[in-house]
Each structure stands twice: as structure tokens, then as C-alpha cells.
Design a protein around this ligand. Sequence first.
Ligand code: BTN
Length: 255
Amino acid sequence: MKIKAGSNKIIYFEKVDSTNEEAEKLLFSRLLEEYTVIVTDFQLKGKGVGRNTWQSDPAMNILMSIVLHPEFLNPADQFMINKVVSLAVCECIAQFLPEKSIYIKWPNDIYVEDRKIAGILSKNIIMGHQFSSCIVGIGLNVNQITFDPDVPNPVSLAQLTGSAVDRESVLGNLTDQIKTSYERLRSGNFGEIDQDYLSTLLNYNLSAIYESHGKRFEGIIRNVDPFGRLILETGGEIKKYDMKEITLISNKISP
Ligand code: BTN
């Protein structure tokens, strides 16, 4: 990828194990200024959430990590970073797909209608009781047309627009959106961010089928708490679920 640095510092690697790992290594060897972007054309060990891997064909997609220093943020509010970055990724995708519905699928996925186009993996570095840095890794499918059959529901910008999309403009737009969204967090607009997050959240206030601890049940997302737990109404009760505790099985309840 030809990289135009613009106003951000961009560190490009032709290939790397994982941009998140590389960002972490660089961060510990020297100070990286806020909004430094580590970007690559190929990851040998791309990481997804939990034990998942992130698959991406060479030079097809956006594979990046951005370094933030949210010293202004109480570590108890760390999920706010996930919210502002998720909203920024949605905003970027909307610029390329103005006609489509774009959703945040709690906690880390971005969907276009019912297919996954991007995933977010963050690492927060907290020293004592103080936020030090946050490495936000984003994988966004841009020009890949065929995917491994074991990747659930993938889609790319090119599949949806019908033609190849310039990855540099996607990267430029994405970093600008992240800056704008993160600056909103810095100015303390939590209420507005929460509102935008809920209005973009897949299945917010809608019935869907979930599975937790081997049981399937119907539930309605009512909120996400400050720790990032899903607040679900089910069987007349309100329950909270951690990321690893619950999976969405199907979006719509068939009549
Ligand atoms: C997920 O959906 O499971 C999160 C995927 C995050 C993938 C990105 S690609 C760039 C960065 N480097 C990694 O190794 N992972 C993230």
C-alpha cells in the first residue's frame, strides 16, 4: 500500500505478525505519539477476539492499529473507547456505503445488514489507577471477494459496491473518523456518545435469540453497562452478560 502520511504518523510494514503486537512492542521501546497508526498489508498471526484469528488475504483489506493515550479517562470508563471507535468505524463505512444499514454488533463487530465487515480488538494499558495507552486494532474488509468457509458471515466494501475500493482513502477516512469520535470522548460528551452507540447497536430494543451457558432464550437488549456488559431483558427480568458469556443466535424471531 502506498501511504500518504497526512497529519498522522503512519508506520507501514509489508507484513507483520499482528499490528496490535507490533504497536505494543514499539510502544514499550519508545514513546509513540497519540494517533500513530501501524498498518500492514499482511498479518502472519492476525488476532481476533478470544482465541479467534483474523484472516485477511494479502493487500486486500485494512489491517491497522492506532495508538491512543486516554490519560483523561477513568479506567472504569474504558468501554467508552470501544464505543467511540465502533461509531467511527460505522461512520467510515457509511461514507462508502451511504445506502446501507450499518450496525455495531456488541461487543466488537461491525455489520452491514446481517454480515460482518469489520472487527475491533483493543488492548488497554493501565498503570496503577491511571490510563496510560490503548492500542485499538481494526480489521476492515475492503477488496477481498472470497473468504475461508469457516469465517462466519463475512462481507467487504467491494462486494457491496460491486467494484474495487481505494484502500488509502478508506484508511484516511477511518483515521479521521477515529480522531473526531475520540475527541468527542475527550470533551466529555458521554451522554451523546451513549445515545449514538445505542441507536447503532444491532438488536437494540428488539427481540432476538441468544445462547448462554448452553441454554437458548429470547431476550431484548436494553443497554450496555460502563464495564461493557450487555444488559438484556429476558423472561421479565434484567440480566447482565460478560462478553464471553453470551452469543447471539438469530436476529429475528420467526413468527
Ligand atoms: C474480531 O472481530 O475478532 C476482532 C478482529 C480484529 C482484527 C484486527 S486486524 C488489525 C489488528 N491486528 C490484529 O492482530 N488484530 C486486529
